[in-house]
Design a protein around this ligand. Sequence first.
Ligand code: FAD
Ligand code: NAP
Length: 444
Amino acid sequence: MRAAVIGAGPAGFYTADQLLGAGFEVDLFDALPTPFGLVRSGVAPDHPKIKSVTRVYEKTAKKPGFRFFGGVKLGEDISRAELLERYHAVVYAFGTMDDNRLGIPGEDRPGSYAATRFVAWYNGHPEAVDEEFDLSAQRAVVIGNGNVAIDLARMLLLDPEELAATDCADHAVRELAEAQVQEVIILGRRGPAQAAFTNPELRELGEMTGVDVQVDPAEVEGVVPEGEPTQIRNVEILKGYAARPSGSAGRRISLKFLRSPLEILGDGDDGPVTGIRLAINRLEDGRAVPTGDEEVIGCGLVLRSIGYRGRQIDDIPFDERRALIRNEGGRVHQEDGSPCSGEYAVGWIKRGPSGVIGTNKKDAADTVAKVVEDREAGRLDGERPDAEDTAEWLSSAAPDAVTWEGWQAIDEYERSAGEPHGRPRVKLVRLTDLMAAGRGSRVS
Ligand SMILES: Cc1cc2nc3c(=O)[nH]c(=O)nc-3n(C[C@H](O)[C@H](O)[C@H](O)COP(=O)(O)OP(=O)(O)OC[C@H]3O[C@@H](n4cnc5c(N)ncnc54)[C@H](O)[C@@H]3O)c2cc1C
Ligand SMILES: NC(=O)c1ccc[n+]([C@@H]2O[C@H](COP(=O)([O-])OP(=O)(O)OC[C@H]3O[C@@H](n4cnc5c(N)ncnc54)[C@H](OP(=O)(O)O)[C@@H]3O)[C@@H](O)[C@H]2O)c1
């Protein structure tokens, strides 16, 4: 039997691997000419070890029955109906590329940006290359208490030499070196014990070269560490920061809690950011409740890091409220609860935008178990075109599709460009260049 997996991020690769193991032939599609999803375009450039997980995916790609078609976008180049005609099983693994909105005045002023876009920009996602970020402010505010917020604070204050040795996109290396940011304030709407940071990430802030970390002792003093071990450790780490003598590094990260954004301030409707107005909260049963007090923090840059959000593609059943594919344990469902035969979801677009890379492995196993169950029950039976026929269809539907060999050529090009500079790679960030490198042609 033949399966299509749409999205070559961690969820897509783990699914492809397990489907191959279950005897399926697998075609893995991605909208980009490059594989690996957020491992390439999300994980921070100064975390190269995390990215080495791609070696596992490379092993999958070597297995018989695997094919990669990069630069093929579901909903544009190919449709849901076409996939269902051609494959016994179709697994959606296309992630959650949009940002959650705060829904407050001033959110779209110049100087207020979604984390999703800033992350895509510094990681060289082709759709974000031409975006502009004004980094001339001395004080930046990052809204949100997740690991992405920590990534952003680090990226804004990382020593330019350290950054220049990474695979950060060249345009971002240049602009971040010129950035004027001296202070980053990370804001949480709940307390230190409710933050979604993980321990190594929170600890890493305190280890940055030339950066002090500040926490107001009054904000952590009375906090009793309880809950999951991660939360307990987070509170201990934050208490450690609060106890540090005020440093003189020049640049600093301050973590502030129990504050919800009410308005992003600036002149008129579309003047640049000058500050942020906040509600001071207290905790009630773990929830943030406004006390009625407010505070204004002056700043010229706001990064909104309050989570990613899924987007409907084609007419795939979609739960608007949760912004995810409508599914039960991975089986795609209609609104009335009836299953869509042969259609499955996995990864962030199945369960929501949380969890580390490894979480998607177990998630893929759960979805693939459903596929196998349906196959055993005869629910996937029926004639489908073979691999060759499908390749022919694709050569007209997406004539510029990049194969696995094409990706290997891109990879080789990028690594060779990085080597003389001691960098893991220099990323190609334009689609035309990626496509050219994928064909072995000259890159502009
Ligand atoms: C900024 C950031 C940093 C992170 N850092 C870490 C970290 O350091 N360590 C860690 O363990 N986890 C990290 N994570 C979490 C980890 O990246 C996710 O758990 C994981 O990437 C989710 O996998 P996924 O396959 O569901 O989605 P994704 O990785 O988003 O992959 C989805 C893929 O689908 C493709 N796609 C989208 N639309 C279409 C379409 N229409 N047609 C075809 N293809 C499409 C995309 O191009 C993409 O390649 C981070 C997440 C973020 C946001
Ligand atoms: N190094 C790593 O391992 C790494 C790096 C990056 C990302 N990741 C993973 O990727 C996933 C996504 O990370 P993320 O940081 O995007 O999401 P996240 O962990 O879900 O954090 C989102 C944060 O935004 C806050 N928030 C949501 N809505 C808000 C609002 N309206 N106003 C104010 N704050 C709001 C949340 O607060 P509440 O809790 O109050 O809702 C939470 O603190 C996580 O699982 C993360 O661990 C891992």
